[in-house]
Design a protein around this ligand. Structure first.
Ligand code: SAM
Ligand code: DTB
Ligand code: SF4
Length: 343
């Protein structure tokens, strides 16, 4: 396996906004070669940040961040063997399998998230793929979220077309399904389903007319070129996802990746910057791993173009900075939350 390289390549040149991608005549958006993305990752840090900030300002207010609250509506006992995941039944992590939460309990969480200032509510379930009755139950929860004026997002595993259509009909705004890694690293992390399964689900979500939320995890032992491979896969989806979560691996005891060596935090910031440059209008989400990150690194992520965070003291099963800590951080940075939800 390649090791991380954090020194800028001596041959990398400042790009000054010339596209490094090879536009294909038949496509509305440029296709990104993996090497072109790797060239961005290799840029001197200051140059990379300048490019990312310039792109960010063309499409967003760089002082504004989206607050999304995450809720695990069905936890643990998952049949998949994703090497990073505390909810896989294959790994002895001590996470107990639960039944799906009741609609009342979910509604309470939605009201709490709205009162705390979140505008987006994301529900996660530890399923390989939901059954028809699971989708019916989640559709009801989507209606609850929409009735409170929040955007609704769900991540339930692989979807059939009828499931994506039913979630759309209920008003789902985004479906999250991550590519997670470059295609050539995926098999090192997950063996129970393949990359094409992931792409197929994303295609069904797109075809249902639900916005796509798809990203990956950084810090699993991938090389810089493989980080470029992940970003190129995402950026070459046509169209690219509206929402791109970049997770830092949360090392959980009992998972195969528990003892993964630490990643240079600047490498994570670089990945955010390259996601911003290659997917200019996407919401780039500084996702898992913030509790293990310093405020300074988070600030660099915002400066690199991240404009969404998970907000609330828990992710799915692991911790997240608490609301007071996040409000203090945003105040220190002079950043504001994206418009509060309507009635
Ligand atoms: N079971 C569904 C699936 O895999 O699509 C939805 C839930 S799954 C937990 C959602 C995403 O959480 C994964 O694709 C992965 O990117 C992220 N994730 C899970 N465990 C993580 C960890 N330890 N560190 C960082 N991200 C993690
Ligand atoms: C995403 O990309 N990250 C979130 C959300 N989508 C569902 C999940 C992060 C999970 C982190 C580990 C845990 O708490 O289970
Ligand atoms: Fe299951 Fe999703 Fe965790 Fe994989 S990431 S083990 S599919 S809950």
């Amino acid at each position: 396996m390649d090791t991380d390289t954090v020194a800028p390549s001596p041959t990398a040149q400042p790009l000054h906004f010339h596209r490094t991608a090879q536009p294909a005549a038949s496509q509305a958006q440029p296709r990104w070669r993996v090497q072109a993305v790797a060239d961005l990752l290799d840029l001197p840090f200051t140059e990379l940040m300048f490019q990312a900030q310039t792109v960010h300002r063309q499409h967003f207010d760089p002082t504004e961040v989206e607050l999304a609250t995450l809720l695990s509506i069905k936890t643990g006992g998952c049949p998949e063997d994703c090497g990073y995941c505390p909810q896989s039944a294959h790994h002895p992590t001590g996470v107990a399998a639960t039944k799906m939460m009741t609609p009342e309990a979910v509604r309470e969480a939605v009201l709490g998230a709205k009162a705390a200032g979140a505008t987006r509510f994301c529900m996660g379930a530890a399923w390989r793929a939901p059954k028809d009755r699971d989708v019916e139950a989640v559709a009801e929860l989507v209606r609850t979220i929409k009735a409170e004026g929040l955007e609704a997002c769900a991540t339930l595993g692989m979807l059939e077309q009828r499931h994506a259509d039913a979630l759309r009909d209920a008003g789902l705004d985004y479906y999250n399904h991550n590519l997670d890694s470059a295609p050539d690293f995926y098999g090192d992390i997950i063996t129970t389903r393949d990359y094409q399964d992931r792409l197929d689900t994303l295609a069904r979500v797109r075809s249902a007319g639900v916005k796509v939320c798809s990203g990956g995890i950084v810090g699993m032992g991938e090389s810089r070129l493989q980080r470029a491979g992940l970003i190129a896969e995402l950026a070459n989806l046509s169209p690219y996802p509206e929402s791109v979560p970049i997770n830092h691996l949360v090392k959980v005891a009992g998972t195969p990746l528990a003892d993964q060596p630490d990643l240079d935090p600047l490498e994570f910031v670089r990945t955010i910057a390259v996601a911003r440059i290659t997917m200019p209008t996407a919401r780039v989400r500084l996702s898992a791993g913030r509790r293990q990150m310093s405020d300074a690194v988070q600030a660099l992520c915002f400066a690199a173009g991240a404009n969404s965070i998970f907000y609330g003291d828990k992710l799915l099963v692991t911790g997240n900075p608490d609301v007071a800590a996040d409000q203090a951080l945003l105040a220190r940075l002079g950043m504001t939350a994206r418009g509060v939800a309507a009635a």
